[in-house]
Design a protein around this ligand. Structure first.
Ligand code: SAM
Length: 259
């Protein structure tokens, strides 16, 4: 399979991806702001707005890393702070009917730990589960919403991960995939210049790691474009799949439903 532009043995890819995210975990948030000039916040805000999430719903954030989406959803599913996660954890008031839940998951312990710490600092008691998106440890038809932001690109078997996400979504529920995609052709040259020169340089200065940011640029080019990902989601079982281009296709938000 591919790891950026390198060809690696399929069984080696996950370990290489792990090295990337273990290396950048502590600088991940500041790098996101710097390299996107803060735009990743707007892309995530758009995904949150499109999610239609409501109090009482169950949300799974796959490859959730440092927890940007999980934090926003935790405030929406349980605006008063009484999610069933918290009730279950503390056994406090046993309040019936408060079923809002958000689960933060990621394959990488360093990213997940950074995310859990950030959420706890915000007073949010969200369970953090270390797991591979290709084998989700959740029952069938459990979540109203599953999200995966900038994570699918790194997975070895994207089809297996999408099928797993479909499995754990309730009938009537939906998946949102926020991911880098294929940029509008006239912008390709300046975008390439930025990605292959400025990005690794920035990675070196801030995270002392240019290789991980070179991998980022390469992995974006190897990722399926908008229509290919739409087809993959349909193949995994999703209905009414559509997508929105953001920043001229630098990023796309795909949405699909389970019926
Ligand atoms: N969702 C967060 C965000 O938008 O800021 C983090 C995105 S970060 C670029 C990609 C994340 O995907 C990393 O935390 C990485 O550990 C995770 N990841 C990669 N492969 C994975 C897999 N097979 N299963 C679950 N998570 C995975």
């Amino acid at each position: 399979t591919h790891f950026g532009y390198q060809t690696v043995r399929e069984q080696d890819k996950a370990a290489k991806v792990r090295e990337v995210f273990s290396s950048v975990a502590q600088k991940y948030d500041v790098m996101n702001d710097l390299m996107s000039l803060g735009l990743h916040r707007a892309w995530k805000a758009f995904a949150i707005a499109q999610s239609g999430v409501r109090p009482g719903q169950r949300v799974l954030d796959v490859a959730g890393g440092t927890g940007d989406l999980a934090r926003a959803f935790a405030k929406r599913v349980a605006p008063d702070g009484n999610s069933s996660n918290q009730d279950a954890g503390a056994g406090r008031d046993g309040s019936a009917g408060k079923t809002g839940q958000v689960w933060l998951t990621d394959i990488n312990g360093a990213m997940l730990g950074a995310g859990r710490d950030r959420l706890l600092d915000d007073g949010l008691d969200v369970p953090a589960v270390q797991c591979n998106a290709e084998h989700l440890p959740f029952p069938d038809s459990y979540f109203d919403l599953v999200t995966v932001a900038f994570g699918l690109r790194n997975m070895t078997h994207k089809d297996a991960a999408l099928t797993e996400m479909w499995r754990v979504i309730k009938p009537g529920g939906r998946l949102l995939v926020l991911e880098f995609s294929k940029v509008w052709a006239p912008l390709k040259a300046p975008y390439d210049l930025y990605s292959f020169n400025l990005l690794p340089w920035l990675g070196k200065q801030v995270a002392d790691d240019d290789a991980s940011y070179r991998y980022l640029a390469e992995s974006i080019r190897m990722h399926p474009d908008q229509d290919s990902l739409k087809n993959m989601m349909q193949d995994a079982g999703f209905d009414r799949v559509d997508y929105f281009n953001l920043a001229a296709g630098v990023v796309a938000l795909h949405r699909g439903f389970k019926y």
